[in-house]
Design a protein around this ligand. Structure first.
Ligand code: F6P
Ligand code: MN
Length: 313
């Protein structure tokens, strides 16, 4: 029975992870990242929008928000004591933290995805992918955890350690408390988020999108990967695509920092993620900035995209 004055929504992140018997070090890592996000959200709300490399009025170097977010998260990862290697979309080099591969975790992260949306006050996010051991170049299906933090009108956090997908929201004390556990997406949806220029779509992608439009699906594209994926997970339906384009055969989004963690979360929620020809989580990245086209969301929609692409490219 719920204690008087307490609802199940007041379970905080650390307690939730502990009650689910998550590994102690992994719990520590996830909580450190949640802690880092408090400083990231603070910089987003009040920080300077200056470009890195320029000086402010006082001759001090101005930091772009994504450089600042990168530093905040890097510092926390080092501080956690459980990280072997880390790589960030901002640094583009693997940063060794500890040679202790057996016991530790390696982390790929996009500190502030969609940072160009901050000046127009649209939602942005942090995306994180976690592997056991030292290796970062392995198939995404081997992730032991993935999470994102969405800085929107509210700050929310969604994570999975391979046992379902759970959503938390930051309360007035800046603690993450449980909103929803075991998030599931329906097999079919009626929302679509199409990235990339339409006049550069392949015939298969064009047919897929036209089919969605003819079926009455609603267009919902924010230009931020985190809010666009969060919409599908929380509404429980929809499909996001950033496909192969005539001048960009691998689309735009990066495997290590963007696609793998989101594909892991989507599959955990009963959805799917594909390049149009292959499951995202089966790709072994060859380099830090490998990209891939993506169709991610409700399983039947993703399967239909694959059919059209197999038939028409
Ligand atoms: O990092 C890439 C990103 O900003 C994503 O957040 C987003 O999904 C995508 O780029 C948007 O790209 P475009 O501006 O081409 O629509
Ligand atoms: Mn990004």
């Amino acid at each position: 029975m719920t204690e008087p004055g307490k609802t199940k929504f007041q379970i905080d992140l650390r307690r939730y992870l502990r009650e689910r018997n998550e590994n102690r070090d992994l719990t520590r890592l996830i909580c450190e990242l949640a802690e880092a996000s408090k400083y990231v959200i603070n910089s987003i709300r009040t920080g300077d929008l200056g470009v890195a490399g320029t000086s402010n009025l006082y001759g001090e170097q101005q930091l772009a928000l994504d450089v600042l977010s990168d530093r905040i998260i890097r510092k926390r990862l080092i501080h956690s004591g459980v990280v072997a290697n880390m790589v960030s979309e901002e640094t583009a080099d693997i940063i060794p933290v500890s040679p202790d591969c057996e016991e530790k975790y390696s982390v790929a992260f996009d500190p502030l995805d969609g940072s160009s949306l901050v000046d127009v006050n649209l939602a942005v996010g942090t995306i994180i992918s976690i592997y056991k051991g030292c290796e970062l170049f392995q198939a995404g299906r081997n992730q032991v955890a993935a999470m994102y933090i969405l800085y929107g009108p509210r700050t929310t956090m969604v994570y999975s350690t391979g046992n379902g997908v759970h959503e938390f929201a930051m309360n007035q004390l800046m603690e993450y408390t449980l909103v929803q556990e075991n998030i599931q997406v329906e097999p079919r949806g009626s929302i679509y988020s199409p990235g990339g220029q339409r006049n550069k779509y392949s015939p298969g992608t064009e047919k897929f999108v036209r089919n969605l439009e003819e079926s009455g699906a609603k267009l919902r594209y924010s230009g931020g990967f985190v809010p666009d994926i969060n919409q599908i997970l929380i509404k429980g339906r929809g499909v996001f695509l950033y496909p192969h384009l005539q001048d960009a055969p691998n689309g735009k989004l990066r495997l290590l920092f963007e696609l793998n963690p989101m594909a892991f979360l989507m599959e955990q929620a009963g959805g799917a993620a594909s390049t149009g020809r292959q499951r995202i989580l089966d790709i072994v990245p060859g380099s830090i900035d490998d990209r891939a086209p993506v169709f991610i969301g409700c399983r039947e929609e993703v399967a239909r995209a694959e059919e059209y692409i197999a038939a028409e490219g």
